[in-house]
Write a protein that binds this ligand. Structure first.
Ligand SMILES: NC(=O)c1ccc[n+]([C@@H]2O[C@H](COP(=O)([O-])OP(=O)(O)OC[C@H]3O[C@@H](n4cnc5c(N)ncnc54)[C@H](OP(=O)(O)O)[C@@H]3O)[C@@H](O)[C@H]2O)c1
Length: 310
């Protein structure tokens, strides 16, 4: 397996308009300005029927030594309704990217999900625990992971979970939005996992990329759980987030939204979700020499001003 990547070259961020891709692009631009390409969806012009051609064009155009793939269909219910699309974007595209990276000698950084697990274990999942997805989303993401591993390109696949803290399309942004002052949010009490600020994941990934360019010792290719420690429900997270936002001066106490508990399983959503899907980051911490915080201590990262973020 080729784990050597020549440095310094360019980092190509795919999906930079998304929650995680946007945060990673911002974090990389702060560290490696001039060496980061963040093409828009229009510039990428991805034809899902011919992903290999598109990817070959991207590699020729931006000549990256690192590709960070944040393109995904992450809407779990949409994947259930449109499984062919889910498979194209979440499995076939990463397979094509990893083949192109192998040919170009570039490292691929890709993201997967806690939804590859069925939740039966009821303790934080490790990388060597058996994946048994309950949904088309989970199946398509697992197929993407496996395709990358099979290709043999230099890669780090980071499984992440319950992302929040981006500008839009996530619970934290909704809780902070002035338009939602005093609104009651109904959040699940029957699902346990780990909420992670995109700022934290982005800072970790940008640090991995930066160190990859300067150090001789590189963590081996493989699958890593990149997550805060602990486990909670969406309901308990919502309460903790609002409490911390008030303390940080981001919400006025009399305008803060209310949080009530609901049993999500009773909602009859198209896709099944694991009831218990916390990820154990110990392997990532050991191999990358990092220490990740408890989920509750990480909330402050999503509330700090953008220019104070690592
Ligand atoms: N969000 C979570 O809680 C969560 C949890 C576990 C794992 N993950 C994983 O983390 C990664 C990032 O997720 P995210 O939440 O940041 O996703 P996201 O916000 O939905 O962003 C997805 C990105 O993919 C792009 N995209 C989708 N289809 C495309 C196409 N056909 N052509 C070009 N671009 C396309 C989107 O572009 P547009 O903006 O133009 O649509 C967007 O930039 C994914 O691998 C996901 O599976 C996320």
């Amino acid at each position: 397996m080729n784990d050597r990547v020549e440095a310094p070259g360019r980092v190509l961020v795919l999906g930079a308009s998304g929650r995680l891709g946007g945060a990673i692009a911002a974090s990389l631009l702060r560290r490696l300005r001039g060496h980061v390409a963040t093409p828009s969806r229009e510039e990428l012009a991805l034809d899902l029927a011919a992903p290999s051609e598109a990817v070959a064009r991207w590699i020729a155009q931006w000549r990256p030594d690192t590709v960070v793939n944040c393109i995904a269909i992450g809407d779990v219910d949409r994947c259930e309704i449109e499984p062919a699309l889910a498979h194209q974007v979440n499995a076939e595209l990463p397979a094509a990217i990893s083949r192109a990276c192998a040919r170009a000698g570039a490292r691929l950084i890709h993201f997967s999900t806690d939804f590859v697990f069925d939740g039966a274990l009821r303790r934080p999942y490790r990388e060597d625990d058996v994946a048994r997805p309950l949904s088309e989303y989970g199946r398509s993401k697992l197929a993407g992971e496996r395709a990358i591993a099979d290709t043999g390109c230099a890669h780090w696949v980071f499984r992440v979970s319950w992302l929040y803290g981006a500008q839009h399309r996530n619970l934290a942004a909704d809780l902070l939005a002035p338009a939602n002052a005093g609104r009651i949010f109904s959040l699940a009490t029957d699902r346990v996992g780990v909420p992670n600020p995109v700022q934290l994941v982005a800072a970790e990934v940008a640090g991995c990329v930066a160190r990859d360019r300067t150090s001789v010792e590189r963590p081996p290719s493989g699958l890593y759980h990149l997550s805060c420690h602990g486990a909670t429900t969406w309901h308990a997270f919502g309460l903790a987030f609002v409490r911390e936002a008030i303390r940080a001066g981001r919400l006025a106490p009399d305008r803060a939204p209310g949080i009530e508990g609901i049993v999500e399983a009773s909602l009859g959503r198209p896709a099944r979700r694991p009831e218990w899907s916390a990820l154990d980051p110990s392997h990532y911490e050991r191999v990358f020499g990092r220490r990740l915080p408890d989920w509750e201590d990480a909330i402050a990262m999503a509330l700090s001003p953008a220019d104070a973020r690592p």
